[in-house]
Design a binder for this molecule. Structure first.
Ligand SMILES: [Zn+2]
Length: 124
């Protein structure tokens, strides 16, 4: 593991269950908010007049921005692995990508990154 990376590791099975419970609550809240935005968007699209259909309304743009912000917040959080969306395991923060990965994805991505660096070095 590189120096600026942070592994949050739990060994106690009870603590792991508590962590999973919190992550499930946060994920449910994320889904609830996303569904509310999708409903709002759907309602807005349905109420567009014929002449509005070819353009993006300011309210529509606002909803798209809110959906993107919500998705970005989730993928940047420790709740899910940014690669495989795991919510159960220990997660590692990577300073390079500024996101959290599960240990398995982190190892795969690090190995891949190291191979890419080696390949680039051979090109020079
Ligand atoms: Zn993962």
């Amino acid at each position: 593991m590189r120096e600026k990376e942070k592994l949050i590791e739990l060994e106690n099975p009870k603590l792991k269950m508590v962590r999973l419970g919190f992550r499930q609550i946060l994920l449910r809240e994320f889904k609830k908010r996303l569904i509310a935005l999708l409903d709002k968007e759907s309602e807005l699209l349905g109420s567009k007049t014929e002449e509005q259909r070819g353009s993006i309304l300011p309210e529509e743009r606002l909803i798209v921005n809110q959906k993107n912000k919500l998705r970005n917040e989730l993928s940047a959080s420790i709740v899910v692995c940014a690669a495989c969306t795991d919510i159960e395991g220990d997660h590692i923060f990577t300073s390079r990508n500024k996101v959290w990965y599960c240990v398995e994805c982190y190892e795969i991505l690090e190995e891949s990154y190291a191979k890419e660096i080696e390949a680039l070095k051979r090109l020079n």
